[in-house]
Ligand binder design. Structure first.
Ligand code: SF4
Length: 316
């Protein structure tokens, strides 16, 4: 019996050999600051949606937040708080209400979809909510990103259609999915120049933060009016939506998801490692690139592999 996560199916789709290193050899990278930002941001959004304080259950140095130096984590929390507050204001949250299933709000909702042979697909749905003005129900996923993906990427997402199909099977009828993309860097206060003015170059912030800095520093707002226009196109939040039909959901499930599961199961019973998807787009972001290259050259890779952590369920 195997519990398949989206991460496993996604890795398989990107490169079968990367999947082998991750799920057969059990190699795991230590958490990165970007991962911590996403984890903190998700928890903060969950807290807000549940009506809790934004920092509820976020304790530095404990549990899943036991990573990095205290000062680093403190800064991450401050930045993630600013990002999430912007997201909350931009929706605005008052336009949305959480959908419930048998009295359980669909926030960070655990999913376990049965598959053949006792296997299952597991994951968490970030949020299912009704847009009050239109009455439409949407299935949400939150992504904290340094740079945003184009809106069309939502159309070829695999995770949310699978979740949406599951939610429909449970009797809820979303009209589509939304990827709430949130910048994983907080808007910054502009720096002061040596001349005692505020910098107008390379400022990644909002007009509101810039304007407050002008006032705080006792400067004349008229000298900075041009920044209002300059900053208006800097995006911190982007909502990418995809309307989805039942037919699309079923086809995604049958022709993409289930086929991948079958391929993984066939590969799992083989002693030969699977083929590699060599190419710039895959390999450029691959955490196992060095191992892969050394292995291709026929060299010993054990030392390189030992630099990674091993998954808990990995059997050496
Ligand atoms: S470096 Fe490229 S080919 Fe090798 S495992 Fe990574 S993605 Fe696959």
């Amino acid at each position: 019996m195997t519990k398949f996560s989206f991460s496993q199916i996604n890795t398989w789709g990107k490169c079968n050999y990367q999947w082998h290193l991750k799920y057969v050899e059990g190699l795991m990278s230590p958490p990165t600051p970007a991962m911590s930002y996403g984890k903190l941001g998700h928890k903060m959004i969950e807290n807000i949606l549940r009506g809790e304080d934004i920092h509820h259950e976020i304790v530095i140095g404990e549990g899943e937040f036991d990573t990095g130096e205290i000062d680093e984590v403190q800064q991450l929390i401050e930045d993630a708080t600013a990002s999430v507050r912007m997201f909350e204001a931009s929706l605005p949250l008052s336009d949305w209400e959480t959908v419930e299933l048998d009295g359980v709000p669909l926030i960070e909702f655990p999913v376990e979809v049965p598959l053949d042979d006792g296997d299952s697909y597991i994951g968490y749905i970030d949020w299912v909510a009704r847009h009050k003005p239109s009455g439409q129900v949407w299935l949400w996923d939150f992504k904290f990103r340094k740079s945003f993906q184009a809106d069309w990427v939502e159309e070829i997402d695999l995770q949310k259609p699978v979740y949406m199909k599951h939610v429909i099977d449970l009797g809820i009828d979303p009209i589509g999915t939304i990827c709430g993309q949130i910048k994983s860097t907080a808007p910054k206060k502009p720096a002061m120049t040596k001349k005692g003015t505020l910098s107008k170059a390379k400022v990644t912030t909002t007009w509101e933060i810039y304007r407050d800095a002008v006032i705080e520093n006792g400067l004349d707002i008229a000298d900075y009016e041009d920044m209002k226009d300059k900053l208006k196109d800097i995006e911190f939040i982007r909502l990418s939506r995809a309307f989805r039909t039942d037919e699309e959901l079923q086809r995604t499930w049958d022709t993409v998801f289930i086929r991948s599961v079958k391929q993984i199961k066939t590969q799992s019973s083989s002693f030969e490692p699977p083929p590699r998807s060599i190419g710039f787009m895959n390999c450029n972001f691959c955490q196992f690139r060095e191992i892969c290259i050394e292995d291709l050259k026929g060299r010993d890779t054990e030392d390189l592999k030992n630099q990674f952590q091993r998954r808990e369920d990995y059997a050496a």
